[in-house]
Design a protein around this ligand. Structure first.
Ligand code: ZN
Length: 404
């Protein structure tokens, strides 16, 4: 039942099996709100004495506790239910943005315990060293609690195995050894992911309590660029080199705008936050591309009835609908989850988006498709870094784990 990855020459170590069994039970306790020792014996087929031994070890280590169950006692004693102690295991998370870096520590439920912001520096080495200092400051004294690892969200095309940024056009980073600088001198494991992929992971891992996690969906991140994280049958779509699902760089117009990636007519040139701000400036006759207002201001103006702001949102909504039709045709998802400016303006833009989508996609699919804002707001990617660390710890054999 428990898979332990050993090479043919590795000795079958008892410690490997014990650790695998402990994680199996921890994951069962995490996923079930009311689980007793007897339930674990019944589900796993382990002997009662083995389960008692493992549970006692975990209680002694401060990972789990037993409290009276809500279930009625059948005979004799009130049954006990096992619960994880949420702060017993800590994950750290880092999100690299165009304005700086957010660094946090979080418990098992994704509650942020501490956070810092590191302002942007043009010199990427100076910047990344300051981020490393912030990680160390937040994780140096955890009061005896276990730090499972550090999850890092990196923009653009990355090598997940070592955190190297291959190309992040919006930051001007090319071949930057971000992972090497951030993890230098650390004994903790670092895990790396693309911001849009991590947003998708957060949606699945930290879903609404009591609801079924989405299996097939696309998370859309709309900032300086436009990124998509695709979950297929519960696993992140990565592709041959880990760069799959770059829908932001699929072509919308053959003779369209020049994109930072080198192509022309890319979707992100028409629907990202940067595109929204540029279109708003262009409608005022500012042809040099300088932003006259940011997305937040444009959305506020639209709510006040400003005709230019409303017409720009309508135009961008049409481009979003075209892109969503392409996503729908390629992947047939059950949901598209939107973040960033589109999440905060979804009530204003959704009818225009749906009008375009309905005119371009099969009605039988559109009827089943849901589009809604992320429940995590601006914290989606950071929660994804926490989910990356936790999913590796609780379910190391899952496909959604980071590269070994
Ligand atoms: Zn492009």
């Amino acid at each position: 039942m428990v898979k332990v990855q050993l090479t043919s020459r590795s000795p079958l170590l008892k410690s490997h099996l014990r650790e695998a069994n402990e994680r199996l039970l921890l994951n069962m306790i995490r996923q079930n709100a009311d689980l007793s020792r007897a339930d674990i014996v019944r589900i796993t087929g382990f002997s009662a004495s083995s389960v008692t031994y493992i549970i006692k070890r975990m209680i002694k280590a401060g990972l789990v506790c037993e409290t009276p169950s809500n279930r009625p006692a059948r005979v004799g004693r009130q049954p006990l239910t096992l619960r994880l102690k949420p702060e017993a295991l800590i994950a750290a998370g880092v999100e690299i943005l165009g304005t700086g870096a957010r660094v946090i520590t979080a418990d098992l439920h994704g509650n942020f315990l501490a956070q810092r912001f590191v302002p942007w520096e043009l010199d990427h080495i100076v910047f990344l060293v300051r981020v490393r200092d912030a990680i160390r400051a937040l994780t140096s004294n955890l009061g005896g609690r276990n730090l499972l690892g550090v999850g890092v969200s990196l923009p653009g095309s990355i090598d997940r195995a070592n955190g190297r940024v291959i190309a992040a056009e919006n930051l001007g980073w090319f071949d930057v050894d971000a992972g090497g600088i951030l993890s230098q001198g650390s004994s903790v494991s670092f895990y790396y992911g693309n911001d849009a992929h991590l947003g998708a992971l957060a949606e699945r891992w930290f879903c609404e309590p009591g609801t079924r996690p989405l299996e097939n969906f696309v998370y859309v991140i709309l900032r300086q660029g436009l990124g998509t994280g695709v979950m297929v049958d519960g696993s992140l779509l990565r592709g041959a080199t880990g760069e799959a699902s770059e829908f932001g760089h699929t072509t919308l117009f053959a003779d369209g705008r020049r994109c930072l990636c080198g192509s022309v007519g890319c979707w992100e040139e028409y629907a990202s936050q940067r595109a929204l701000e540029r279109l708003f400036a262009e409608k005022a006759g500012l042809s040099n591309g300088s932003a006259e207002a940011d997305a937040e201001q444009i959305i506020r103006l639209a709510r006040e009835g400003d005709r230019r702001a409303l017409s720009v949102l309508e135009e961008v909504a049409g481009y979003l609908g075209m892109g969503f039709a392409n996503i729908n045709a390629a992947l047939n998802p059950e949901a598209i989850v939107v973040g960033d400016y589109l999440a905060s303006a979804w009530d204003l833009m959704k009818d225009w988006v749906w009008d375009t989508l309905r005119s371009r996609a099969p009605q039988r699919q559109v009827r089943l498709l849901r589009i809604f804002p992320s429940r995590h707001g601006a914290d989606s990617t950071l929660l994804g870094t926490v989910a990356l660390v936790l999913s590796t710890f609780f379910n190391p054999s899952a496909e959604s784990r980071p590269a070994a």
